[in-house]
Write a protein that binds this ligand. Structure first.
Ligand code: GRF
Length: 207
């Protein structure tokens, strides 16, 4: 910690590979970054994201959705874990569960997601395949505030990449992923520094 400033307490929710979790762990490892990862929540036992959190010596809790009778009960358990860790901002990073409207409302303005398309284009799955099929010339990724509707909340940052001749899903995904790892820490920094807010259904950007 430098300058006596308190760092924003962030939780990352992940389900798989965890490369976006890693980029946030790496960003937060810098002493002058205004946020810290105080908790990682993973819903898939054995996911690589768990190893990444452990390597970084960050508390990780596995909450397996299959252990709960309903989405509400699963979300309530996540909410409890976040509350116990005094989390101030939740980052979804390849978290493959739909969150209930109760949860998204409770965390409104404090819950963000990264999505591999230039929203509002291609919400949902298989974004790279769909971009190629639609012959898009540009593609990219978006960090946005989460609302109840899937991949529909207001944008914080976007990055664009070209779709190049000869691209297949993997090549295009790799080009987008480089940008994901750049803009996700950037969005967290903006929120931690109070430069962007989502209040009363509106996003405000300072400066
Ligand atoms: C990323 O492309 C992210 O945008 C999407 O799911 C993928 C997760 O990758 N929501 P990783 O687990 O962060 O490596």
């Amino acid at each position: 910690m430098t300058g006596g400033h308190r760092r924003l307490r962030v939780a990352v929710l992940a389900s798989g590979r965890g490369s976006n979790l890693q980029c946030l762990l790496d960003a937060c490892a810098a002493p002058d970054f205004p946020a810290e990862i105080a908790l990682v929540v993973v819903n898939v036992p054995g996911a690589h994201a768990i190893d990444r959190a452990r390597q970084a010596r960050v508390p990780v809790t596995v909450i397996d959705h299959r252990d709960f009778a309903s989405r509400e009960a699963f979300d309530a358990q996540i909410d409890r874990a976040l509350g116990e860790a005094r989390i101030e901002l939740v980052c979804l990073a390849g978290f493959m569960r739909l969150l209930t409207p109760g949860f998204t409302a409770a965390w409104a303005g404090r819950l963000i997601n990264i999505h591999p398309s230039l929203l509002p284009a291609f919400p949902g799955l298989h974004t790279h395949r769909r971009a190629l099929e639609s012959r898009a010339i540009a593609h990219g990724c978006t960090v946005h505030f989460v609302i109840a509707a899937l991949d529909a909340g207001p944008t914080i940052v976007q990055a664009e990449v070209p779709v190049l001749p000869g691209d297949d899903e993997d090549r295009l995904a790799a080009r987008v992923l480089v940008e994901e790892h750049r803009i996700y820490p950037q969005a967290v920094r903006m929120i931690a520094e109070g430069k962007v807010k989502f209040e009363g259904g509106k996003v405000t950007v300072a400066g």
